[in-house]
Structures are given as structure tokens and as C-alpha cells.
Design a protein around this ligand. Structure first.
Ligand code: SAM
Length: 227
């Protein structure tokens, strides 16, 4: 069965508490990673940038701040996330749009940069989405992906495992009032491609100069590449 309908319902349910929960569980670091994402996007000048799976629009807003002349699109399939984004960023001149990342409603080669935060863990086929992103990027365009990544089995692993398996679902219950959505975050992180495998999928989708950087004790990775 496709993950899509369940994922959409889950993000609709947590949209109101989503940003607060992110701030708390990342100790306020998530904004810094989003800055890094936008920085990797390079200069958009007056071209188009797409933040896919935009949620409440934080990455799109950072693209807007760094590229005042660019045309920024935020796209997501959760209606409630888009409502939040439109309310919070009504003055930011960002175009928000409902769409499914598996089938992007854009022409080939339109965007100079496409970013996505915490999307790929939630789709059935990462490669299919990466190919779709490749299609809508212009030659030389940048892709940037922020996501959780399975932690390495090192000395810190037992502590990280407790944080992921116990603390995050507990915070989810207390802050987002939805334990299961945050237990899902932990489960989907542990099952997700490791960073090297994901980098290879970027290459398989057609990207070159693929690289990544890890954050937060190796539990977060930002991958990027060029069409
Ligand atoms: C964890 S939130 C991330 C929001 C935002 N990118 C951020 O970094 O804070 C994941 C978002 O991906 C969206 N999403 C998941 N699967 C999607 C799909 N197939 N198409 C479009 N949006 C999707 C969800 O609706 C949700 O808003």
C-alpha cells in the first residue's frame, strides 16, 4: 500500500504544532540546517526556486530572504501545512501550491534550485522523486535535500537510540499531542537509506557533484547535487 494517504493525514494533523516541535527536538538547530540548505542552492538571482514538501514554508522563506529577486514556489500535499504556510508568510510573496512530489505539475527545466526538507523518508520510491526533481531542474540547477539519516553504530549509538525511540515520541505526545506521528519519525529514520546509499540514488537519478554533510551527532544529513 502507498505511504501517501497516511502521511498526508498525519501531517495535516500535526501542522499547528509542527514548528514548535521541530525547535524543541532539535534544540533550536533546525533553522541553521535550513540556512545551510539555502546556501547550497547558490544564487537564484531572478530565476525560479522550488521548495518541495514545504510544510509551513520555512525553507521557502529562507530562499526568499537570501534571493529577494527570485520567484519562489512552496509545494506540499498537506492542505493544513499549506494553510499554515500561507498564514505565516502572507507578506513574503511566495507562491504556495498543492502537489504530490511523485508527479510534479511543472514543465521540464523550470527551476534553478529545488530543495526538500524531510520528504524522501516519507515517499515509497526515493529514486522516482529524485528523477522527477531532476526533470524540473534547469541544466546546472541545484538539488538540496535535508533529512534524518540512520545513526552510525558508534559509541554514541545507545544514547542516540534512546533519544530517538523514547524521548522524541514522548515530546511528540506532550508538545504535538501525537505520539504516533513522532514514533513514525523514529521508525522511518531507522529504515531510511544511509547517507552513502542516498548519495548513490542522487547519482542514479542523473545528478553530478553529489555530496553530503551530517549534523546533530550524525542523525541529520544534507545532500546536494547538480543537474
Ligand atoms: C516533516 S515535514 C517537513 C516540512 C518542511 N520541509 C520542513 O523542513 O520543515 C514533511 C512534509 O512533507 C510533505 N510530504 C510528504 N510526502 C509528500 C508528497 N508525496 N508530496 C508532497 N508533499 C509531501 C508533508 O505533507 C509534510 O508537510
Amino acid at each position: 500500500m502507498s505511504k501517501g494517504p497516511g502521511v498526508e493525514k498525519m501531517f495535516d494533523a500535526i501542522a499547528d504544532r509542527y514548528d514548535l516541535m521541530n525547535r524543541v527536538m532539535t534544540f533550536g538547530q533546525d533553522r541553521r540546517w535550513k540556512d545551510f540548505v539555502v546556501d547550497r542552492g547558490g544564487e537564484i538571482v531572478d530565476g525560479w526556486a522550488l521548495d518541495l514538501a514545504c510544510g509551513t514554508g520555512e525553507i521557502a522563506a529562507q530562499f526568499r530572504r537570501s534571493n529577494p529577486e527570485a520567484r519562489i514556489v512552496g509545494a506540499d500535499f498537506s492542505r493544513n501545512m499549506l494553510i499554515r504556510a500561507q498564514q505565516d508568510l502572507s507578506a513574503a510573496s511566495i507562491r504556495f501550491q498543492a502537489c504530490d512530489a511523485n508527479h510534479l505539475p511543472y514543465r521540464d527545466g523550470v527551476f534553478r534550485a529545488v530543495s526538500f526538507g524531510y520528504l524522501l523518508r516519507n515517499v515509497d520510491d526515493s529514486l522516482m522523486v529524485l528523477k522527477e526533481v531532476h526533470r524540473v531542474l534547469s541544466e546546472g540547477g541545484r538539488v538540496i535535500c535535508l533529512d534524518t539519516t540512520p545513526p552510525a553504530r558508534n559509541l554514541l549509538y545507545p544514547l542516540i537510540r534512546v533519544y530517538l525511540a523514547v524521548v522524541i515520541p514522548l515530546l511528540g505526545r506532550l508538545i504535538a499531542r501525537d505520539r504516533s506521528a513522532y514514533a513514525y519519525l523514529t521508525g522511518s529514520t531507522m529504515e531510511f537509506h544511509d547517507a552513502d546509499t542516498l548519495a548513490r540514488l542522487f547519482e542514479e537519478a542523473g545528478f553530478s557533484q553529489v555530496a553530503y554533510k551530517k549534523f546533530m551527532f550524525g542523525t541529520i544529513a544534507v545532500h546536494w547535487g547538480t543537474k
